[in-house]
Design a protein around this ligand. Structure first.
Ligand SMILES: NC(=O)C1=CN([C@@H]2O[C@H](COP(=O)(O)OP(=O)(O)OC[C@H]3O[C@@H](n4cnc5c(N)ncnc54)[C@H](OP(=O)(O)O)[C@@H]3O)[C@@H](O)[C@H]2O)C=CC1
Ligand SMILES: N[C@@H](CCC(=O)N[C@@H](CSC=O)C(=O)NCC(=O)O)C(=O)O
Ligand SMILES: [Zn+2]
Ligand SMILES: [Zn+2]
Length: 381
């Protein structure tokens, strides 16, 4: 029986309040409005940003909410005026929209579309309402995606169809982590990291992806930095030649050590931790005159970065990047094809798989130190 135009009752993992575990609830998902798409989510990754918001560290966090932004699914139905996807398409929801009409999209300078960002940050659809209800209460959306629900509704500018032969339990990770890491390196202005020295701070999925992309883009030397000694073998497997544990340097600061072993500092550094002290170290480990440091990590509410302005006066550049600077509707289909052609790794990041009913264990996995990415099968309930 067709569900088009009907309210769908399904299961979702609801976070009722900051710091609480998720609770699997029966929820009602309204049909998509104009320029909206309802998606059956089959798989979702758990990203550290989901945990960041769950824990209450996100200044934009609103509750009760359906978290999740690294999903893969199939279009169930579309609202009026939707032309970019159709029922049955295999899709990846995008937390960075791409409307192709706003001043950001048209600038050619950024992937940060402005079309739905304001309401997305409030946990609402573009018309400032929610499509989710639980026990009569409205639930907030998250990052315009809410992939921890068996059905979700997203704006049409926030979704892309991908090659149907691609396994959704793998390419869902292109919804955030792997694309973020790939773009942060591959989309640097030419010549990028080719023949350059690189240091990557934090070797989770993001850091490992940065290491991998730096390797495939011809970096001459890649140094991985992580306080977790178990990450050394991971970093080397993805392409780092050296591994430094800052906790083992005694009184020496990590930036001073890196400057010492690289004849004045790195050409490129990347923060993949979200720790503002690490962000500072990554900037200060850059070479005078030309070193570029990219902030990828997301810092808790109230945390601020600082350094001596002299670090910038003397030619180091501090930048940040969201979703790797990638325009999702335009570029993700190509990344899926590159994965299918064996040019981009995804399988290697998946260390844990969980049933939907085990989603909280998936969050605990992230804290155990041996989890790179956990993929949740949304069809097990
Ligand atoms: N800008 C963007 O678009 C995106 C940003 N993010 C953000 O990127 C960050 C990284 O994500 P992810 O890779 O999933 O996270 P992980 O937690 O898996 O990886 C971070 C790694 O850094 C290590 N670490 C912690 N403290 C330090 C330190 N002081 N010095 C060196 N290493 C340290 C951690 O060790 P341990 O395991 O012991 O904690 C861990 O190995 C997060 O802040 C996430 O929110 C994610 C996706 C997109
Ligand atoms: N809401 C937070 C900031 C969260 C943040 O920086 N998100 C990243 C993506 S992290 C993905 O896992 C991002 O793309 N930000 C750009 C955006 O427009 O949201 C806060 O308010 O500090
Ligand atoms: Zn993420
Ligand atoms: Zn736009």
């Amino acid at each position: 029986m067709s569900t088009t135009g009907q309210v769908i009752t399904c299961k979702a993992a609801v976070c009722w309040a900051a710091g609480e575990e998720l609770k699997i609830e029966e929820i009602e998902v309204a049909p998509p409005g104009a320029h909206e798409v309802r998606v059956k989510i089959l798989y979702t990754g758990i990203c550290h940003t989901d945990e960041y918001t769950r824990s209450g560290k996100d200044p934009e966090g609103v509750f009760p909410v359906v978290l999740g932004h690294e999903g893969g699914g199939i279009v169930e139905s579309v609202g009026e005026g939707v032309t970019n996807v159709k029922p049955g398409d295999h899709v990846i929801p995008l937390y960075t929209a791409e409307c192709r009409e706003c001043k950001f999209c048209k600038s050619g300078k950024t992937n940060l579309c402005g079309k739905v960002r304001a309401t997305q940050g409030q946990g609402l659809m573009p018309d400032s309402t929610s499509r989710f209800k639980c026990k009569g209460q409205s639930l907030f959306h998250f990052m315009g995606t809410s992939t921890f629900s068996q059905y979700t509704v997203v704006a049409d500018v926030s979704i892309v169809a991908v090659n149907e032969t691609a396994p959704l339990q793998r390419v869902c990770l292109l919804g955030c982590g792997i694309t973020t890491a790939w773009g942060a390196v591959a989309k640097l202005p030419a010549p990028g990291v080719k023949d350059s020295t690189v240091a990557v701070f934090g070797c989770g999925a993001i850091g490992l992806g940065v290491i991998e992309t730096a390797r495939t883009h011809g970096a001459s030397r890649i140094i991985a930095v992580d306080t977790n000694p178990n990450k050394e073998s991971w970093a080397k497997k993805f392409g780092a030649q050296e591994f430094v544990n800052p906790a083992q340097l005694g009184d020496k600061r990590i930036q001073d050590y890196l400057i010492e072993i690289t004849d004045g500092g790195l050409d490129f550094t990347f923060d993949c931790t979200g720790n503002v002290n690490v962000m500072r170290a990554a900037l200060e480990a850059c070479h005078k005159g030309w070193g570029v440091s990219s902030i990828i990590g997301v810092a808790p509410a109230g945390h601020e970065i600082s350094t001596r302005p002299f670090q910038l006066v003397t030619g180091r550049v501090w930048r940040g990047v969201a979703f790797g600077g990638v325009k999702g509707r335009t570029e993700i289909p190509g990344l899926v094809d590159e994965y299918l052609a064996g040019k981009i790794k995804i399988d290697e990041y998946v260390t844990h798989s969980r049933k939907f009913e085990e989603i909280n264990e998936g969050f605990h996995d992230m804290h155990a130190g041996d989890c790179i990415r956990c993929v949740v099968d949304m069809t097990t309930i």
